[in-house]
Design a binder for this molecule. Structure first.
Ligand SMILES: [Zn+2]
Length: 86
């Protein structure tokens, strides 16, 4: 039967219970989208802080990427007929 090689120190043992007393902090909600939020932090779902847009969120980045992609495709379409004529 496997047996621990060494005694587990008091420190290591007690680390297990170190976070036992921690309680959930108060939550606020985003002024813009009402998502539950930690106090004094920007909203991750809409990117707002204190009623102002402060950062891009995942959706903003994907929209921006789609716009860039469309612009590239439009540019390619413009070039392709010109290449056929020459
Ligand atoms: Zn929000």
């Amino acid at each position: 039967m496997p047996v621990p090689k060494r005694k587990r120190s008091r420190t290591r043992r007690d680390k297990r219970f170190a976070n036992k007393g921690i309680q959930v902090k108060a939550l606020t909600s985003c002024q813009n989208c009402k998502t539950p939020l930690m106090p004094h932090s920007a909203c991750r779902s809409c990117g707002f802080y204190k009623g102002a847009k402060v950062m891009d969120v995942k959706n903003d980045r994907s929209v921006k990427r789609a716009q860039v992609r469309q612009a590239k495709q439009a540019a390619q379409k413009e070039q392709a007929p010109a290449a056929d004529q020459e």
